[in-house]
Design a protein around this ligand. Structure first.
Ligand code: SF4
Length: 369
């Protein structure tokens, strides 16, 4: 399609003048749906977990409601400007590759403008999902969070799913009626880093929560009507505590029965206390087969109706044919129906030479760079 790029300067100029805060992190499933990323707080209010490098060196910032609602208004203004441009070019408001080419021809610098790029991609994907950043949106005062959510839903009415990260400890502290009101204001899904259900490992990694609090917080979130997505970290206990890590993680997850359980195997990150523990041989990482044995124990102990997912490159064990041992999609294995299948896959992985797992992991690590 031939597009006349003339007369777009005023729109490009306006798009340049509009920006809103976007954080760095979001779950992979939110990237896949091109979710709108919007920061309701900055960094992590806890920031002490020994394995986590995400917000180290950055102070937590509580964003005032007016700032966040003004950001939502700026998202709407960018959306409207892009839509008007599409209509002006005879594209009927559709968000297409040709529209992107026309805008970038008039303002090449827009490619480096995260606000424009985020809103454009979000519109092109149907503008249905949003992810509220950063690490613990539930730490916002409930009354203020509700104002933000209502404003978001009213202003960006195409949204059908709004999700965020939340800490178990914060959920544990919230009253059930507060959680219900937040849910009713338009927050649909919580992504929660459980990591382990073992109290000793929780304490060693400074997670700041006990397994009893995790269970109570998780159950309250489910009862309030949230879709709950929980992440656990295979090998967080190392060779020293793999058995108690697996057994207690299964115990806690079974008590909560979240909608999603997602595997995020431990990767020691330079600059974290846990990295030093491994380097100084105070914590010993498991081999690929040992990690599978841990998985067998944890998965075998799960009594849930959740979807168990391996949607991350670090879950790259290999099967007999050299293909990925586990499906890596975002919907995973439906329990309890697919539990026998998953246990069978783990048995197959244990029968494969360990060198094949190491090769598969290296390959996926390179591909995900
Ligand atoms: S609560 Fe989450 S984001 Fe904060 S330090 Fe722990 S793992 Fe990192």
């Amino acid at each position: 399609m031939m597009v006349d790029h003339g007369g777009l300067e005023e729109h490009v100029e306006r798009l340049r003048s509009l920006s809103f805060e976007i954080g760095t992190y979001r779950p992979p499933s939110e990237g896949a749906s091109d979710s709108l990323l919007l920061r309701v707080s900055e960094n992590c209010p806890w920031n002490r977990c020994t394995f986590c490098e995400m917000y180290k060196g950055h102070r937590f910032g509580y964003r005032p409601v007016e700032e966040v609602t003004a950001d939502i208004d700026r998202v709407a203004a960018i959306r409207d400007e892009i839509t008007v441009t599409s209509k002006k070019l005879g594209m009927g408001g559709e968000i297409t590759r040709d529209l992107a080419s026309a805008l970038l021809a008039a303002g090449r610098d827009l490619t480096g403008n995260p606000s424009f790029v985020t809103v454009f991609n979000w519109l092109a994907a149907g503008s249905r999902t949003a992810f509220l950043q950063d690490a613990d949106s539930m730490s916002m005062r409930p009354r203020e969070f509700i104002v933000v959510l209502k404003h978001l839903r009213q202003t960006l009415s195409s949204l059908t799913r709004v999700t965020t990260y939340a800490r178990s400890k914060t959920l544990y502290k919230r009253k059930p009626e507060e959680l219900r009101m937040i849910r009713e204001a338009g927050l649909d899904r919580l992504h929660i880093g459980l990591e382990t259900g073992d109290d000793e490992v929780l304490s060693l990694v400074h997670k700041g929560v006990t397994s009893a609090e995790q269970i109570e917080g998780g159950r309250k979130a489910v009862a309030a009507g949230f879709q709950v997505s929980m992440y656990w970290m295979p090998d967080l206990g190392g060779r020293e505590r793999w058995r108690q890590h697996a057994e207690n993680t299964a115990r806690v997850l079974s008590a909560i029965d979240p909608h999603y359980i997602r595997s995020r195997p431990l990767v020691p990150r330079p600059g974290t206390p846990l990295y030093d523990e491994v380097a100084e041989e105070r914590l010993h990482l498991s081999s690929p087969h040992e990690r599978l044995e841990e998985l067998a124990l944890m998965i075998g102990g799960l009594e849930v109706s959740s979807k168990v997912c391996f949607d991350h490159a670090m879950n790259a064990w290999s099967d007999r044919r050299g293909a990925l041992l586990f499906r890596q999609d975002y919907e995973g294995y439906q329990f309890p129906e697919e539990k026998p299948l998953l246990l069978e896959r783990i048995r197959e992985g244990l029968a494969v030479d360990e060198a094949m797992h190491v090769h598969a992991l290296r390959l996926m690590a390179v591909q995900s760079l």
